[in-house]
Design a binder for this molecule. Structure first.
Ligand code: 5RP
Length: 233
């Protein structure tokens, strides 16, 4: 197992400790969150009783293969704990997410979870967000206009995400534009501006949404509890 895999595993292992019997749990996407899904599956196999919702079709498939029943999002009335990964975490614990293209559903889960637990390896920690291209989910209608607008507005390069010869299509039937900001000086201002563009559905900026950050290390993980600092919005 690579060092990075060990870090991810240790982060996932500490994160699943937040789950208790009877809880409703959000399952994130990406390799680190998927390690948590596998550990939760083991606990379910051992008798843990939870209701689970998923952030992507890929996660649903993994969870169901491992014996976790996924509930319809519309029937749950609250979300106790959400466990998800991140592509970057800045020194204010804001995130870039969406490397796997699941940012819209991930953000819904993050926003409504009572406790949002983010699991990362140490390579995800940065001073400022932006080196990882910021994914934004856009309606396919007008996507070229949107890409050009973002490029001109911010003087950056942006790319419509593709898989082989085709555009990548999200679970919601939309496209992703990856925006190479390099440095994001004011994430909240950028978030407000981007969300004001018609056709832009959601951004991968997760601001003030991290309650617990778990950074996997070689032998264990560092758990940072931000619950007293996160402002209710
Ligand atoms: C998917 C995500 C993932 O959580 C993010 O890309 C991190 O993935 P990994 O744990 O594989 O590095 O936001 O949309």
């Amino acid at each position: 197992m690579s060092q990075s895999d060990i870090h991810k595993k240790n982060a996932a292992s500490r994160a699943v400790e937040f789950i208790r019997d009877g809880m409703t749990v959000g399952l994130g996407s990406g390799s680190t969150a998927h390690l948590a899904v596998q550990m939760i599956a083991q606990k379910v196999d051992d008798g843990l009783n939870i209701q689970a919702v998923s952030s992507s079709k890929e996660t649903t498939q993994l969870a169901e293969e491992r014996g976790i029943k996924i509930s319809d999002y519309q029937i749950i009335d609250h979300l106790d704990v959400n466990i998800d990964g991140a592509d970057e975490v800045d020194n204010h614990y804001n995130l870039i997410k969406g490397g796997g293209g699941a940012l819209l559903r991930e953000k819904i889960n993050a926003r409504f979870a009572h406790t949002n637990v983010i699991v990362v390896d140490p390579t995800k920690m940065v001073q400022q967000l932006g080196h990882f291209p910021l994914p934004v989910e856009v309606n396919p209608f007008g996507h070229q206009q949107l890409k050009r607008f973002i490029e001109q507005q911010y003087g950056i390069n942006a790319f419509i995400r593709s898989r082989g010869d085709e555009y990548f299509i999200t679970d919601n039937g939309n496209y992703i534009i990856d925006c190479n900001f390099t440095i994001i000086d004011n994430p909240q201002q950028l978030e407000n501006e981007l969300l004001g563009i018609p056709g832009l559905i959601e951004t991968g900026l997760f601001i003030n949404l991290t309650h617990i950050l778990v950074i996997g290390q070689e032998a264990d993980a560092t758990v940072i509890d931000l619950r007293s600092k996160v402002k209710p919005s």
